[in-house]
Design a protein around this ligand. Structure first.
Ligand code: FES
Length: 345
């Protein structure tokens, strides 16, 4: 017999929203049915966007990716709301503010035209979009992401813009080309300037945290540079005074991109230092030689203060970097991370 329970979502700013959830539906679906759009993306337990902490009540969890919800977190009461089926009334704390909850699907989707498509390294394409229509507002927090739909299909992929909120309608994406990836194939074979894409967002909770004047160290693997650039560009726009360092790592010189953009940003921002790290490089490479993890370890050892760390990139790089931070005594509350989890197809 189907039962109905009450779900109460408590946001980071201590606001609450309550709604009904049937025992045969997950919390995200129940919320959508009632025009409440909580943070979510894949809705199949794979991305961790809908993660929260269940502070009261019981539930069963459907199938989740171990990367999105490691077993230790599951034991500690963390849940993925798109896979959470209440068996009593429940209360869940989510790590974002009430303003991030939307109450209409239209508020989350719009169309944008391709205005630039450029290969900027051996495996990265820059995709520049501009919102169509009269309302050109693009509002998001640096570090968040948007879902882009391949024209004529329901297939979407999530990417973080490298630029910041603006009123010109611009979104700059740096997209890694993956062999056989659906969005990659679309970019290689079908995408062209003038085409229109459906965009949904923003989503995600990765972003700058207010922590006084603590220096910020950003570590980006490959296209993990996009949200990092957005956050640093935001700091420049708002004249934020914290010292910041970008560690940008790739495997080979052919994979590096945006060197000019980074040089220019550092020239315009006296508070910024950039370390471009190539693991497998030639003798001619005149930036940092070695993996981003090793270069970061070198710099953190013996540092007289503990910076905030923002880690973004492939899971292996993020996990190795996290381990380095832990080994030098950086508390986990000062480490913010975003892993690029592989899509299921
Ligand atoms: S939306 Fe729940 S894990 Fe992706």
């Amino acid at each position: 017999m189907t039962r109905t329970y009450q779900v109460t979502i408590v946001t980071e700013d201590n606001e609450a929203i309550a709604f009904a959830c049937r025992s045969d539906e997950d919390v995200i679906s129940a919320a959508v049915r009632q025009d409440i759009y909580l943070m979510s993306s894949c809705r199949e337990g794979g991305c961790a966007t809908c993660k929260g902490y269940c502070s009261d009540g019981d539930y069963v969890l459907g199938k989740v990716s171990a990367q999105a919800l490691p077993s230790q977190e599951e034991e500690d009461g963390m849940v993925l709301l798109c896979r959470c089926y209440p068996t009593t009334d429940i209360e869940v704390e989510v790590p974002y503010v009430y303003e991030r909850i939307s109450f209409s699907p239209e508020g989350l989707t719009f169309e944008a035209e391709v205005i630039e498509l450029t290969q900027i390294s051996i495996n990265v394409v820059k995709l520049q979009l501009r919102r169509t229509g009269d309302d050109k507002t693009i509002k998001f927090d640096s570090g968040q992401y948007f879902d882009l739909a391949i024209p004529g299909t329901e297939t979407t992929r999530s990417y973080s813009p490298a630029n910041i909120s603006n009123h010109q309608g611009d979104l700059e994406f740096l997209i890694r080309i993956v062999d056989g990836g659906k969005f990659s194939e679309y970019l290689k074979k079908e995408a062209k300037v003038g085409q229109t894409l459906k965009v949904k967002g923003p989503s995600g909770i990765f972003g700058l945290k207010e922590n006084g004047f603590t220096p910020r160290y950003f570590v980006a693997g490959g296209t993990g540079l996009a949200p990092v650039l957005s956050m640093v560009r935001h700091m420049k726009e708002w004249d934020e005074p914290q010292k910041c360092v970008i560690y940008f790592g790739v495997n080979t010189e052919a994979e590096i991109f945006h060197l000019n953009e980074l040089d220019q940003l550092a020239a315009e921002m006296p508070t910024l230092e950039v370390r471009n790290c190539v693991w497998n490089c030639s003798d001619d490479w005149h930036y940092e030689k070695g993996s981003v993890v090793d270069i970061l370890r070198r710099d953190l050892q013996g540092l007289g203060f503990k910076p905030d760390l923002y880690l973004c990139g492939p899971p292996g790089m993020v996990e190795a970097t996290y381990a380095v931070c832990a080994a030098v005594g950086i508390p986990k509350e000062k480490i913010y991370l975003e892993k690029f989890l592989p899509s299921s197809h």
